[in-house]
Design a protein around this ligand. Sequence first.
Ligand code: SF4
Length: 340
Amino acid sequence: MPGSDVATREVLEPLVDGHGRPIGDVRISVIDRCNFRCQYCMPAEGLPWLDRSALLSYEEITRLVDLLVRMGVGDVRLTGGEPLVRRELWRLVAMLDAIPELDDLSLTTNGYLLERQVDELVAAGLRRVNVSLDSLVADRFFQMTRRDSLAQVLAGLEAAQRHEALRPIKVNVVALRDFTEDEVVRFAEFARTEPYEVRFIEFMPLDADRAWSRDRVLPNAEIVAMIDAVHPLEPLGRKVHSTARRYRFADGQGEIGFISPVSEPFCGDCNRIRITAEGMLRTCLFSINETDLRALLRDGATNEELETAIRDAVWRKELKHRIDDPAFIQPPRSMSRIGG
Ligand code: SF4
């Protein structure tokens, strides 16, 4: 179990999918609830929330992660809904941080509770944070999230910035046609002046309202052109397994990134799997099928049985998403129930 020394811990065969891609990154949703109501994610009234007993416990999550890291899945990201609304998240961070082979431990948050919790999260072992922020203008922020909370999110970023150990700090901007255009240069200047890595993410067909359509996507190529016209950019490329294509400002004033799953998919070297808040293993963000790890955990499965179930599911991991395919089926599960 976690904490025992590396020398005595059994190292398992690396986890590899049926296309030969090694899996190195697991995104774990710790809760489906959220304190925001972002237009591109969920309806104003929210969604029917899971019962507390339906959620994986911190002990169950830690047991799964302990197994996965010994299969070479060393990068762990905690997501939601909004992970900081789950009570005492720092306890889970501390339990995961105690796993000797863990390479990275990060969090994706909307930032509203970050100022209040960042000290205990960093003390517990958190190493990186991504903050979702789609507007730098208070009334437009309200329009998008249905919350008047821009100042609180910016305060959360500043509080995170004070922790040298928490690096890099990334700011994720979901790009929507007829909304984000007015934010593009503002975020470019934010990236040039603030110590955060700004990334634009294309709107994906994972919204609970199922209102996604291609013409609501603002392709990153257009955003690059908008920024380049004001602040010339130089391409830096995309690292293997990474989702972001990076650019530096030609005058040396920092970098900016673009995650383009719709217009420029990066599935070829995908190394990610996901576990939902109620313990379903998803091998792709757009999976239609899932594997129920919670049932195995609560039925007393051994580590070997869990390992077999995980390997079987990953062996069938989807080669790529099929958003462009006329036969594309939007997953029944929306983003807030997957965790990004
Ligand atoms: S869409 Fe699926 S296969 Fe493609 S990068 Fe995302 S998770 Fe990986």
